[in-house]
Design a protein around this ligand. Sequence first.
Ligand code: ACK
Length: 867
Amino acid sequence: MRTYQVCNVMEAYQNNWLRTSWIPRDGAHRIYIEIKFTLRDCNSLPGVPGTCKETFNIYYYESNNNNLWYIKESQYIKIDTIAADESFTQVDVGDRVMKLNTEVRDIGSLTKKGFYLAFQDVGACIALVSVRVYYKKCPLTIRNLAEFPDRVTEGDSSLVEVRGSCVNNSEEYDVPKMHCSADGGWLVPIGRCVCKPGYEEKRDACQPCRPGFYKASSMDAYCMKCPPHSYSHQESSSQCTCEKSYFRAETDPRAMPCTRPPTAPENPISTTNETSITLEWSPPRDSGGRNDIMYNIRCKRCVGDPRKCSLCGNGLHFIPHQFGLTYTKVLVTNLLPHTNYTFDLEALNGVSELSPSPKQYVSINVTTSQAAEAAVNVMLKERKSKDSITLAWQGPDHANGVIVEYEVIYYEKNQKDQNYTVLKTKSNSMTVDGLKPGTIYVFRVRAHTSGGHGTYGGEIELETSQEVRLPGSRTYVHPHTYEDPNQAVRDFAKEIDASCIRIERVIGAGEFGEVCSGRLKLPGKREIYVAIKSLKAGYSEKQRRDFLSEASIMGQFDNPNIIRLEGVVTKCKPVMIITEYMENGSLDSFLRKRDGQFTVIQLVGMLRGIASGMKYLSDMNYIHRDLAARNILVNSNFVCKVSDFGLSRVLEDDPEAAYTTRLGGKIPIRWTAPEAIAYRKFTSASDVWSYGIVMWEVMSYGERPYWEMSNQDVIKAIDEGYRLPAPMDCPAVLHQLMLDCWQKARGDRPKFGQIVNILDKLIRNPSCLKTLANDAAWSGNSLQDPCTPDSSAITTVDEWLDGIKMGQYKENFASAGYATLDTVVYINSSDLCRIGVTLVGHQKRILWSIQNLHTMASQMHGTHIQV
Ligand code: ACK
């Protein structure tokens, strides 16, 4: 064992220096020095003077120069005075009496290329056995498919954010980062990389998909087997190639089998009726593996020699049409009499156009017979009801013989493949019954003379009237059912003379122009306050129509919880809509201004009013589509009234309306029922969903539903079964009612009439409102007796995680020490990262649910914790 020792204890004034050679700093900011040494106890040395020391000093000197041969003491900075933890009294190395001491010191913030260390003895008896000089770094590591390089730690104790680079064949999903701590450990991984198409994650790397497998998107987790009729011969395929004669349409999912064109239709049969023919056939034997089969019909006319055929031209009429048929039947009219026709029927599907082989078809030959030369018939008049239409016509001007009967053919207009129906009558009129309300039908009529059938007259489109719901109740009439929208305004809105109106001030901006307040004094009536919406100059005819549509809708309503229309000014400019004045403006901003200032009964009273207005609208068959607190107005008595009825408003007016991905059009996502977002199924039941959101807005005093979550996250969360938690201090029965309004199946939601009844009961029996949602259960699903809320409360962390479908993280929570629910309420997103919940979507879901736990916690601790 090589040691440096000194033991000049018998002499005073010792100053002995030992210096290291130059040590390069190597990029380190903080250097650690571990010293091993032995030290003699002065008392154990017989006869030593009082100058004997039991410590020594350690120094450093930073320098860019690596060949200093002298020591200039004043340049050296002292690191510390080192004393022994264990000194020894006997010089007896053979026995284990001599005690080795280990001390570690560090120096930070070094800047020069290197440094010297020095040891100063001032009269002790020491042996320096070893000096180890080192620094710390976070070692190269791979986490979430990102490689983090070696990283020297900082001089101070801060965490350093390090950006990782994606491993081979992966790409960034969310910027991968980790934090290098001062003692060389990696902490808090954030973000991740994902394997590129054609690669899957295995043991911290992206491995290529094997031949026969593929991965189409980096978002897919694993390589999947090629679907039937496709293959991949290469490694790392992002898609599989279709086998010969098989194809994939552009919109086919990659996981779908490759398919091929269908075989020809089969068993064609024809029924000839003079110059009309009905063709029917069976579907092809082989659909090619798809279910998007359509049929095309081609017609050839053959005179004499069957080989001398020419195309039929445009004169024929195919009902419902000639190409793209989805049913296996068609009627062909306007054929020539006594003529041979050949019809080729071909079947197609989504990959027919991709196949180079000719399309398979089946032919059928047909011969027409003699037709009557009756001229085209003329419709004269019609009468419509909700399920019947009466037609009348004059006979043809030049009938070729005596008219035996008339034939009326009709079909539903917008139903492409609807079958047509043929009816016969001897008279010049006919009532067609059994029709659908509010539906357009196409009619044609032809005469049947002793010589045969004449040609059909021109098409006429007629619409049945809208269904009337309850006997005695009124139904709302959509302004679009009027051919002349101005007539709708005249029918439903009173024209007001502009001189009766005094505009006082601007109170807001609407879609079409300013909203002002003012007064209206009609002759013989009291002066009243009014709101005045005006149409700004330079409008188009469509804008004027849309603007006034609100008046023609509002003018049909008469209910204390619906904004009342006073009238319109259309005869002079600007065009104006005059409504009653609502002193407290819109409900959302009203509540925000008065946070916490109402009793629960007052809030329930407002909700009752809104529900009652909505019941009236739904009884009138009116669907609002944009029910939200911002579209409710409040008057000086806190009466809430439903407003905002314009036709274009959901599309244009509402800043909350966001584009939906699938069907276009703007929808206020947070307020809208899932079926209305997904496939535009707007009904009174979707209005009930929005009403539930309004309840939540009211009970939380204008909080934004789903807070700052993105629209996409809201859609996803709702689809996965999440619902807004009860607002603070919200009675359990009210939250239960909200949850009922948010039932996924729209038939399970309460009707507005039921909601009004429930709220009336609560107002009569306020003790039902005492139990607060956060004392009771978290969630429940059925509408129960309002005074007995569900009691299936969640009590453990595991139950909670299972409840929010995050059960996979039970172990992470348990091993991080989150044992009880009241410990998890303090978790934030970086805690979640630390315990291994790294996916942002999962973090959001957990934090959102914690929002709910917070209100529970506030009940337990008597405080409200802001999130
Ligand atoms: O929240 P607010 O004060 O209430 O701001 C908007 C603004 O006009 C633009 O719509 C207010 N507003 C609309 N109609 C009326 C009305 N009938 N009475 C009072 N304010 C109204 C609304």
